[in-house]
Write a protein of this length. Structure first.
Length: 393
């Protein structure tokens, strides 16, 4: 959580703005089980991790979130020992984790493709690691049965892998990891192969499982909904750099820059300029806001689509014409063309195409961000375009 909290959302003081965007203050009292300090990684000339620094607390569900090529999987593989950092430190309870071989680390990994053995039944898949460690037959049976109970697969021990559903295979992969009693479970996009309904069900199950197991989960995904649904802490990454660290609520309500605002949910991001503290000019009008900034400072303004109210056009609203209406089940998604830009609005109130409407939003629904390289009105470099098109590192 990268903020010093106060009771009101908009009066939080961002640690990111004070130069500590990659560190989390220890506000919970929980011990730090893992710390990454200034980690860099190169693949040839490609600098895929750039001074990555953050820590993970005991029993925390922390998610590395970002698009393909952002470095989240590489970070996880460094923790697991499958990749070596070129520089920096990775500490496990204060000890140098990079000096410990993968098989001696108190971490286990669950992969997207599960990596189950098709020639072994469920019991033998889960028991495989224990047999490698030469555990006794009774110890193996006891721990496998406990693991099956934890993932709600009692009675499945004699099933073959090809007799399982995707969700059941996912549970077997998790059971095979937790049977080794790891302190930390690393999960690399484990729900990516599941259909939408099963993925949503497994999100809840995974969070419940993490709480009941009482171990730390480090989860990698590009799915924003997964990150917001399951995580205690989210780390948003782009092109090898951390953009923001915070709770799901912080990340959604207080994005640090335009990339985070656009990547986490949908946003109307507009160029603006502060006229004075708590007053900003954008979309051809001046609005009261709740963010203090320097007078005449160029800023990005974020208004979430669900925070925009449809009203009759007036001098108090941003006025425009509805150009598109799509029914999304729980709301209508509408595009509104105004004199300065196009707005996305999500509302249970439906307007028809061609209607003239007014857009209204309260001052605390206007979020002010400092300009950055991610600002929509700033030209992106060719290098950014190339790196985002690369496969996930």
């Amino acid at each position: 959580m990268n903020q010093l909290f106060s009771p009101k959302k908009k009066t939080a003081v961002s640690m990111a703005d004070s130069g500590w965007q990659q560190q989390l203050p220890d506000s919970t009292g929980s011990s730090h089980i893992i710390e990454l300090i200034g980690v860099n990684k190169y693949f040839g000339e490609a600098h895929v991790l750039r001074d990555i620094s953050f820590y993970i607390r005991q029993n925390e569900f922390i998610t590395l979130l970002g698009p393909s090529g952002c470095g989240k999987s590489t970070t996880l593989r460094i923790l697991a020992g499958f990749e070596q950092a070129n520089s920096g430190q990775v500490l496990f309870e204060g000890r140098d984790l990079l000096a410990i071989p993968p098989y001696e680390r108190h971490l286990n990994t669950v992969f997207q493709r599960y990596a189950l053995f098709p020639h072994l039944n469920v019991f033998d898949n889960i028991a495989f690691g224990l047999r490698i460690k030469k555990q006794s037959r009774q110890e193996i049976r006891t721990r496998v049965e406990q693991a099956l109970k934890m993932v709600d697969l009692q009675g499945y021990s004699e099933r073959w892998v090809d007799q399982l559903s995707g969700g059941q295979m996912q549970r077997v992969a998790i059971a095979r990891a937790i049977v080794n009693q790891p302190r930390v479970l690393l999960l690399d996009e484990p729900l990516g192969a599941l259909d939408l309904k099963m993925r949503k069900d497994m999100q809840i199950e995974l969070k419940d499982m993490q709480r009941s197991l009482g171990i730390t989960f480090v989860y990698v995904t590009h799915d924003q909904e997964e990150a917001l649904t399951m995580s205690d802490t989210v780390i948003v990454m782009k092109t090898g750099e951390i953009q923001q660290i915070g709770t799901p609520t912080d990340i959604y309500n207080e994005p640090r820059n335009a990339f985070v605002a656009d990547f986490i949910g949908e946003s109307n991001i507009l160029p603006g300029r502060m006229t004075r503290d708590f007053e900003v000019s954008f979309a051809g009008r001046t609005f009261t806001c709740v963010d203090p900034r320097m007078e005449n400072e160029a800023v990005d303004v974020v208004v979430r689509p669900e925070d925009v109210q449809l009203r009759q056009p007036s001098d108090e609203t941003v006025n425009g014409v509805v150009t598109s209406v799509v029914f999304k089940g729980v709301h209508y998604e509408m595009l509104i063309e105004t004199e300065t830009c196009e707005w996305l609005v999500q509302s249970t109130d439906r307007a028809a195409e061609g209607d003239h409407v007014g857009l209204y939003f309260d001052p605390d629904e206007i979020h002010i961000m400092a300009k950055s390289d991610q600002s929509p009105d700033r030209v992106r470099t060719a290098g950014d375009d190339v790196q985002e098109q690369e496969d996930d590192w």
